[in-house]
Design a protein around this ligand. Structure first.
Ligand code: HSE
Length: 408
């Protein structure tokens, strides 16, 4: 029998217990032994729950119990997740976590401690919910020099943007629904301001390059400024707006950002809707491949944790070498990145076009009926160039980066 402990009995923690119960026979076969949840650490009581009798409130019970060979961290946040995970690894226990904030902030150190203690620190569930992406990057794509990872990495914001786009829902109503469905972070600001996507693209970039990534170096912009009016234009243009986390690696330097991007129907991520996530990975030999699936939610995320449990406990728990080194990856500033720009401008297109073209050069114009404004789509230019030009034009109401082919 392999005993494990789950820390945090919320959406994901209870999902892990459920997956272990429902797939128990298959998991036992793959591990080579029965996997039993011995403790569940939570501040709350759960009367009537199948785990009721296994609830503990004191981490040291888990830490000191030598029968517990693995700890599952599904608490979220850094405190007390970080000290508890660190102590678990130091006590010679494997750890699997769904906590991207923890991995992005302390991954380098925790991977080192795991290596020193001959145990595993796994985090498949921290990016893309149930989508296999961390392990495929280490194994199936091991022969590739990764040139780009671009993903829709946050289920909550993708759900909100999809509802605003397809059902005309307000931002607030869609967010509430995402929270009810268990997609959102405890503090949804982490979702809507792009911080969750930032942590996830940081982890993917570290895995892909083998170097430590400081997520604070990644330019991050959320979706709170995207409005229903933007989607009316997008609809007229046959485009959509998605929150991208992206790293494009050129000569050892990462060009990484998190921001809403307007894309067309020909973009592979265009059809990634609702809570689904999609991750494009471009390798120097393979070209582009895409990973797609449920990016958040109880059972999909718990399924990824269950896979980590099997991987850590099978073969008598050997250490699997994966991770990144302490050498920090270099990042370039967003000023040098190039995009097209969707810009909404106050006034009547006919009257202002000369002025607009003097500032931006050639543009495509989009007009909606009964509006006191119009929109243009610029040619490709750097952020620095855009900012310089935009200063010269009054009445700019919105600017969204666009990755659209000309005349589409
Ligand atoms: N809040 C996150 C999301 C949970 O919506 O994607 C999964 O990481």
């Amino acid at each position: 029998m392999k005993n494990i402990a789950i820390m945090g009995y919320g959406t994901i923690g209870s999902g892990v217990a459920e997956v272990l119960e429902r797939n128990s026979e298959m998991i036992a076969k793959r591990v080579g032994d029965k996997v039993e949840v011995k403790y569940v650490l939570d501040l709350r009581e759960f009367p009537g729950d199948p785990m009721e009798k296994r609830i503990v409130h004191d981490f040291s019970v888990i830490e000191k119990d030598s029968e517990v060979s693995m700890v599952i961290e599904t608490m979220g946040g850094l405190n007390p997740a970080y000290p508890f995970v660190k102590a678990s690894l130091e006590a010679g226990k494997h750890v699997a976590t769904s906590n991207k904030a923890l991995v992005a902030a302390y991954g380098t150190e925790l991977l080192e401690i795991a290596r020193e203690h001959n145990v595993n620190f796994f985090f498949e569930a921290s990016v893309g919910g149930g989508i296999p992406i961390i392990r495929p990057l280490y194994t199936s794509l091991a022969g590739e020099e990764i040139e780009e990872i671009t993903g829709i990495l946050n289920g909550t914001t993708n759900y909100i943007l999809t509802k605003m786009d397809k059902a005309g829902e307000t931002f607030e109503a869609a967010l509430r629904k995402a929270q009810e469905l268990g997609y959102a972070e405890r503090n949804p600001e982490a979702d809507v301001e792009g911080h969750d996507t930032c942590r996830k693209i940081a982890i993917l970039t570290a895995v892909a390059t083998g170097h430590e990534v400081n997520y604070e170096h990644i330019y991050t912009e959320g979706i709170t400024k995207i409005t229903d009016v933007d989607f009316r234009y997008a609809d007229a243009m046959g485009t959509s707006v998605k929150l991208f986390g992206s790293s494009r690696i050129r000569e050892g330097i990462a060009h990484a950002f998190v921001a809403p991007v307007m894309i067309g129907k020909d973009h592979p991520l265009y059809s990634v809707n609702d809570v689904y996530n999609g991750i494009l990975v471009k390798g120097n030999m393979l070209g582009t491949s895409m990973f797609y699936g449920s990016g958040a939610g109880k059972l999909p995320t718990a399924s990824a944790v269950a896979a980590d449990i099997i991987e850590a406990l099978k073969d008598n728990g050997r250490h699997v070498e994966m991770g990144w080194d302490r050498e920090s990856l270099a990042f370039s500033a967003i000023d040098s990145f190039s995009f097209r720009y969707f810009v909404r401008i106050k006034g009547i297109a006919e009257k202002r076009m000369k002025e607009v073209e003097e500032v931006f050069g050639k543009v495509e114009v989009v007009e909606l009926d009964h509006m006191d404004e119009f929109a243009v789509l610029t040619e490709v230019m750097t952020e620095e160039e855009y900012e310089e030009k935009a200063k010269k034009l009054s009445g700019i109401r919105q600017r969204i980066r666009a990755e659209l082919n000309a005349n589409k």
